[in-house]
Design a binder for this molecule. Structure first.
Ligand code: KDG
Ligand code: MG
Length: 416
């Protein structure tokens, strides 16, 4: 079963996606997600110019060898562009292998370890009443865990918090109002937001106190600090949130410095999650071996595919560290579906992020997974269970879009 064709599909149904579709000489197709938010065309070019020519004629069954060929063979290892490209190839080949076997992909990964994946949604509000409405809306949709992001007094907008006053009225399929901080905005240059760490550190604990008072002790609550704190600020935040029993506190410090998490860990028992911007197991080595984190945020799309993330999570399992796969709307339904198959199979699943794709996205990517009672589950369709609709995609042309950048009040650039 040789690879006959590999197409790089760039489309923009609601937001930009890069998808690799591999076709074999016996007519099977497989899909892989290669979307890198705000830098999409770099991966599309990497695939088109440097990967697709190497795939043609290769045995589609040789997933491990193809992974090693693209990783070791490139000489320039790691990095988000390279690893997203490798992830797309790897995922597409797993999709094909499972279709060839006539089985849903999770069966090839060891079969089910659970019936469904517990997910969390994105609740947010500029103020507490809006935030409560957003949490209630998520609970009504069946979510059994929520990420809580809040506006900060004095800051006109905060990434992760819907700007619109009626954001909580967004539809179950993820309207623009509800997630208006995403997709990355379609501008020639990024929007600039401002940031004040002291105001943030003062405000967030009070918000969590209010949420716990309103919604009780059971509801799993999560929070994302988007890499904006120094180690000691992060330690302070973790400590101040301890009374509110977070499921996890995410991305507290810039992710390049693994040692920073040592400082944070020394001071707080709030569970820590990190890794949505990591690309390889090497980014996690110190964090695992010193048990500095509790959840691995890498999705399949940005960590080199199913083959690589499986390895990362097996390594994590030795240290009782669990998965917490990234699942915003810039991980395409293909990337999400791959994560659902992996998550259902592994022993050390923790939590899955699920933001829900827009109706436009779901017009192009035909999904079969289900969301019921706060749990995602794969279908029994062979492979990933996703079809790409070329005709629908043709109506959604690519337009450049960027995440906002972040400046302190004095105008200097700040960490994401
Ligand atoms: O592309 C970046 C976004 O997906 C990211 O900022 C969202 O932090 C995020 C999250 O946890 O979903
Ligand atoms: Mg995050």
């Amino acid at each position: 079963m040789n690879i006959e064709k590999a197409e790089v599909l760039v489309s923009s149904p609601g937001r930009n996606f890069v998808t690799l579709r591999i076709t074999t000489d016996d007519g099977l197709t497989g899909l892989g997600d290669a979307t890198l938010n705000g830098r999409e065309l770099a991966v599309a070019a990497y695939l088109t110019e440097h990967v697709v020519p190497l795939l043609l004629g290769r045995d589609a069954h040789r997933i491990e060898d193809t992974w090693q060929y693209l990783y070791r063979g490139a000489y320039w290892r790691r990095g988000p562009v390279t690893m997203a490209a490798i992830a797309a190839v790897d995922t597409a080949l797993w999709d094909i292998k499972a279709k060839a076997a006539g089985l849903p992909l999770y069966q090839l990964l060891g079969g089910k370890s659970r019936e469904g994946l517990m997910v969390y949604g994105h609740a947010s509000g500029l103020d507490i009443p809006e935030l409560f409405d957003s949490i209630r809306e998520h609970l009504e949709e069946g979510y059994r865990a929520v990420r809580v992001q809040t506006g900060i007094p004095g800051l006109p907008s905060v990434y992760g918090v819907a700007h619109s006053k009626n954001a909580a009225a967004g539809s179950a399929s993820g309207s623009d109002a509800r997630y208006d901080y995403e997709p990355a905005r379609r501008n020639a240059i990024p929007v600039e937001e401002s940031w004040d760490t002291r105001a943030y550190l003062r405000h967030v604990p009070a918000v969590f106190e209010a949420v716990r008072n309103e919604f009780g002790p059971e509801l799993p609550l999560l929070h994302d600090a988007h890499h904006r704190l120094t180690p000691i600020q992060a330690a302070k935040l973790g400590k101040s949130l301890e009374p509110y029993d977070l499921f996890w506190l995410e991305d507290v410090t810039p992710a390049e410095n693994q040692a920073a998490l040592r400082r944070v860990r020394e001071h707080t028992t709030t569970p820590l999650a990190i890794g949505e911007v990591f690309n390889t197991v090497w980014d996690y080595r110190e964090l695992f071996e010193e048990q500095l984190i509790d959840y691995v945020r890498s999705p399949i799309t940005h960590a080199g595919g199913i083959t690589a993330l499986r390895r990362i999570l097996d390594y994590a399992a030795i240290y009782q560290i669990k998965s917490g796969m990234h699942g915003p709307t810039d991980v395409s339904p293909v990337g999400l579906a791959a994560g659902i198959h992996l998550g259902i199979a592994i022993q050390n699943f923790g939590m899955q992020e699920y933001m829900m794709h827009s109706p436009a996205t779901l017009e192009v990517f035909r999904t079969t997974f289900s969301f019921e009672n706060g749990m995602l589950a794969p279908s029994e369709a062979p492979g990933l269970g996703i079809e790409y609709d070329d005709e629908a995609a043709a109506g959604y042309a690519y337009a450049s879009a960027y995440l906002p950048v972040n400046r302190l009040l004095d105008g200097s650039m700040h960490d994401w």
